[in-house]
Design a protein around this ligand. Structure first.
Ligand code: ADP
Ligand code: 5GP
Length: 199
């Protein structure tokens, strides 16, 4: 594998199975780590500061933008979310692959600033199945479920700048596809061309 880590951006509708796929894929791997985002939204029951997110006040969030501490940031359903730049840079320099679970506006910013990032969209096999999963997860109200389905349709129309699409029908298969993408990305010719030149 090449020495520098890959920045892996995953997006997709809430309930598509992004967390499930990535957690399954990274079982037993220590070369992949997650970036913890900063958000202005309130913690949900069970969420721990520094684990799911760093929960901050809007004032602190704006200060981080001003100090250029965020790699990307976006507003989503009236809350602000951002990726701390320093952590990501440090891990990539150490040779780790870093996963960002971010929405589509943030992914677009990453594409612009770091064209070498790998953008993966994870979709459920159908919107009917998405609805079933959201209901099964039992974390959303009826209104929130309808809102998320509407949002999913919008995202589908804008997602054509992603590099890969994983349809999460079967969890094992989707996780294997995620790992296969990482393997393939580490075989990029440009990452290894020095090796041939030195020979
Ligand atoms: P996301 O991180 O995209 O919001 P989750 O990983 O929380 O989604 O998954 C949403 C729900 O769908 C969870 O209840 C999860 O167990 C379920 N799920 C995930 N992948 C599959 C799959 N391939 N088949 C059936 N159910 C799945
Ligand atoms: P939730 O509030 O449900 O945890 O997340 C809402 C949305 O914000 C999800 O689509 C999630 O991927 C996205 N998100 C989480 N962290 C970040 C971030 O740092 N930047 C951006 N742009 N989106 C984020």
């Amino acid at each position: 594998m090449s020495k520098k880590g890959k920045l892996l951006v995953i997006s997709g509708p809430s309930g598509a199975g992004k967390s499930s796929v990535v957690f399954k894929a990274i079982e037993g791997r220590d070369d992949i780590c997650f970036s913890t985002s900063v958000t202005t939204r309130n913690p949900r029951p069970g969420e721990v500061d520094g684990r799911e997110y760093f929960f901050v006040k809007l004032e602190r969030f704006l200060e981080m933008i001003k100090n250029n501490e965020l790699l990307e940031h976006a507003e989503y359903v009236s809350n602000r979310y951002g990726t701390p730049r320093a952590y990501v840079q440090q891990r990539l320099d150490e040779g780790k692959n870093v996963v960002l679970d971010i929405e589509i506006q943030g992914a677009r910013q990453v594409r612009r600033m770091m064209p070498e990032a790998v953008l993966i969209f994870i979709a459920p096999p159908s919107l009917e199945e998405l609805e079933r999963r959201l209901r099964g997860r039992a974390t959303d109200t009826e209104e929130a479920i309808q809102g998320r389905l509407k949002r999913a349709r919008q995202e589908y129309q804008e997602a054509d700048f992603y590099d890969y699409l994983i349809v999460n029908d079967d969890l094992e298969k989707a996780a294997a596809q995620f790992n296969a993408i990482i393997e393939a990305e580490h075989c990029r010719f440009a990452d290894w061309s020095e090796l041939l030149k030195k020979a």
